[in-house]
Design a protein around this ligand. Structure first.
Ligand SMILES: [Zn+2]
Length: 487
């Protein structure tokens, strides 16, 4: 959905949340830049200048508004998925340190530095380095406002190598030292250990549907639905290859169009990664009204089928999702539950300080490939099951999959089918959540659905074209319809 430059002031004036995160407004009279939803007094048109990214506003010397907080805005890149600049931006967003080399990323994306730089400037209005710096500064601003972490902890968690480089960059861009800035934000957080951050979305958000989806799939000891929130354990390798594990919790914020992410202190080193994963898993950056307009034909077929604010839930751990889904293909629900329990209890990492019901991380594929068939058989697997598990882990590690933000998602889905011996429809079904891929609709996977699929059978190809690139939302809304009936 292109938004023409000449309409930006009108869009800003409307304060409509559908424009949130899609552009930023620099206010010349104050030197501050805002989100389109800012509640501050509307500046005159001649005092405004518009930017396609926060980084571009910061490049021109604007400081982020303390009221609307540009660092919390939903992102705008879902629909440009597949572009090289977009993929690079996502890699930057997940980076947990500033030791990142642009050449390495260009290499990874199989293009030259110059090419990447050119594409990046075209899409974001800034160089990759400027983009990265703004990300670090905005995360630091976020942590200074919403946590009581020490200044050093803020510096390191937001990607600065030292307190000195953090202080310098922060002062240079925001005209205040970090500590002075914190005082200005009226930070009233009570506990020093609490790390809870907001992820603003474009309303509405059908939280109950998302939670019901996770509840149905929850893996014992690893995931938990409690107090209207989603809890889970996570384990990741840090940049220096040290393994970190802990818990996180996602819930609906009160009095704000946002979800909150709360993390275990032990996960602070991988905060940018967890923030980005949570954006993806909870489909924070979705544009509800745009998707609703595309999918509304479902409601003509059967009233109230597609609901505004429907989200496409994803997966935090690709290996875990693959194991679950592939086991489901071969074994009964009961047997899959038994096998997953054995895997988690024996090979997952036990959480040191556990929350009732959250005990282990799902094991890494590296752990599984180190096991012998006999070892698994002794724990209760039969040989065929043990072989399947080890082969999933081996293929997962050797095949260089690109589940997140794949540049050629359709090729990636075909690869999943081929490597794991699945039909294309089965691979698509898995990719819907595994890759958070928004454009998959497989009628055969909805056979037991209560929606009258026969009514659309003949028009399906036409409908899919109409729904493109959001047909996954049609699929999830039919799945939700069933879940709602069960509730
Ligand atoms: Zn503002």
């Amino acid at each position: 959905m292109e938004l023409e430059l000449e309409n930006w002031y009108d869009a800003f004036k409307s304060k409509d949340s559908k424009f949130d995160g899609r552009f930023f407004v620099g206010v010349l009279s104050t030197g501050i830049y805002c989100r389109p939803v800012c509640k501050a007094r509307l500046p005159k048109q001649e005092n405004t200048t518009f930017y396609q990214s926060a980084a571009a506003a910061e490049r021109d010397g604007f400081r982020p508004c303390l009221l609307c907080r540009p660092e919390l805005a939903p992102h705008d890149y879902l629909y440009e998925r597949g572009s090289l600049a977009n993929k690079a931006a996502r890699i930057f967003d997940e980076q947990c340190s500033d030791g990142l080399n642009i050449s390495e990323i260009a290499n990874l994306l199989q293009c030259s530095d110059r090419h990447l730089r050119r594409l990046f400037i075209k899409e974001y209005g800034v160089t990759p380095l400027q983009y990265l710096q703004t990300r670090h500064l905005l995360l630091a601003k976020n942590l200074l406002t919403d946590t009581k972490l020490s200044i050093l902890e803020v510096a390191l968690a937001s990607g600065f190598r030292s307190l000195r480089s953090f202080n310098e960059a922060f002062k240079k861009h925001y005209h205040l030292a970090p500590l002075a800035f914190r005082k200005k934000t009226k930070n009233d957080i009570e506990t020093t250990s609490q790390i809870t951050l907001f992820l603003d979305y474009r309303p509405p958000y059908r939280w109950d549907d998302v939670l019901a989806y996770f509840k149905k799939k929850a893996l014992v000891d690893v995931e938990l639905i409690k107090d209207n929130a989603y809890w889970r354990t996570v384990g990741f390798y840090k940049d220096n290859h040290e393994y970190v594990s802990g818990w996180l919790c996602v819930k609906q914020a009160t009095k704000r169009n946002a979800l909150t992410l709360t993390i275990d202190e032990k996960l602070l080193d991988i905060l940018p990664l967890l923030l980005m994963r949570t954006r993806l898993v909870f489909d924070i950056d979705s544009q509800p009204d745009f998707i609703f307009a595309k999918l509304n034909s479902l409601n003509t077929i059967e009233a109230n089928t597609f609901k505004l604010g429907t989200r496409l839930p994803g997966s935090y751990d690709a290996f875990e999702t693959l194991v679950k889904e592939l086991f489901k293909k071969y074994y009964s629900v009961k047997r899959v539950a038994q096998l997953l329990k054995i895997i988690v209890e024996n090979y997952g990492v036990r959480l040191l300080e556990n929350i009732t019901g959250l005990n282990y991380t799902f094991p890494l594929p590296e752990k599984i490939v180190s096991l012998s068939l006999n070892e698994l058989i002794e724990q209760g697997f039969v040989e065929e099951e043990a072989q399947l598990l080890i082969s999933i882990a081996t293929k997962f590690l050797s095949q260089n999959f690109d589940f997140d933000y794949a540049i050629n998602p359709l090729e990636e889905i075909e690869k999943i089918a081929q490597v794991f011996d699945l039909t294309l429809a089965e691979a698509q079904q898995i990719s819907l959540h595994l890759m958070c891929w928004p454009d998959i609709f497989i009628a055969s996977q909805l056979n037991n659905n209560k929606f009258n699929l026969l009514a659309i059978e003949n028009d399906l190809e036409k409908l899919k074209k109409e729904w493109h690139p959001f047909s996954s939302y049609a699929m999830i809304s039919l799945i939700n319809k069933d879940l709602n009936k069960e509730r």
